[in-house]
Design a protein around this ligand. Structure first.
Ligand code: IPD
Ligand code: CA
Length: 245
């Protein structure tokens, strides 16, 4: 039996702890571990994941899946999903659009999620059937229903094929929307939909850790979420909307 309220407190505290750490190190020279193609991994990604994993594992018996270190053993039907730093490239280039993202999955769906937008000092969170909040203030998706008045937030995962076909499909879709935004953090993009700042988030080939917390936050803010089944590398296609567009 999972104690959701207690688990949510654990997730919030872990996300705040990691956010504090990432802020305190923001002016330090960052050690690059991998700079390959369009992907970049920093030592601080791993350090933040270790911090979160240590915090959670001393308070919860559930297994943990993290972006940096994967998982040990079988995950089973209930497990934590951690992205210690979503938007690593933004963090590295001093663009203050990045977040710590922590979710708890049960039977293939997120049952709670926390996104710490640490540069803005905004803590987003939600748990099943309890609504979505930023800093304890309730948030809701927007009421915009026409594509021509709406904003799409999207991204191009670093491992995506940069094919003509892929981009031409993307551009056809862009033409329907009033505004198009690519901000380099799926988690922050999800908070935009949840808080009524954008109407749709869509990304193909995104990783579960980038969007698991965002998914429940959008759903609890009144939106619709659709996610394909993740492949064995935890990649999936996701579309989250305000439920009206
Ligand atoms: C990335 C961001 C970005 C998305 C990439 C992700 P990371 O996460 O969420 O918005 O387009 O696919 O990999 O690697 O900075 O945690
Ligand atoms: Ca990350």
């Amino acid at each position: 039996m999972i104690d959701i309220d207690k688990s949510l407190e654990i997730a919030k505290d872990a996300a705040l702890l990691a956010g504090k750490f990432l802020i305190s190190a923001k002016n330090d020279a960052q050690k690059i571990l991998i700079d390959d193609g369009r992907d970049i991994k920093l030592q601080i990604d791993q350090d933040a994941e270790n911090l979160i994993t240590e915090y959670i594992s001393t308070r919860s018996d559930l297994p943990i899946l993290g972006e940096e270190f994967g998982h040990k053993g079988n995950l089973g039907s209930a497990f934590w999903v951690i992205d210690p730093l979503d938007g690593t490239s933004n963090y590295f280039r001093n663009i203050p659009i990045c977040a710590v993202s922590i979710a708890l999955m049960h039977n293939n769906e997120p049952i709670l999620g926390v996104i710490n937008d640490f540069f803005s000092e905004d803590l987003y969170f939600a748990s099943k059937e309890k609504g979505a909040f930023v800093n304890n203030k309730r948030i809701n998706v927007s009421n915009i229903s026409e594509h021509s008045k709406g904003t799409i937030v999207t991204g191009i995962p670093s491992k995506k094929e940069y094919s003509k076909e892929y981009f031409s499909r993307m551009i056809d879709d862009f033409k329907c929307w009033k505004k198009v935004r690519m901000i380099g953090s799926a988690a922050i993009a999800n908070t935009f939909v949840a808080a009524g700042k954008a109407e749709i988030y869509r990304e193909e080939g995104i990783f579960l850790w980038d969007i698991a917390a965002g998914a429940i936050i959008v759903r609890e803010a009144g939106g619709n979420i659709s996610m394909s089944t993740a492949d064995n590398k935890f990649r999936l296609d996701a579309e989250f909307t305000n439920g009206k567009v």
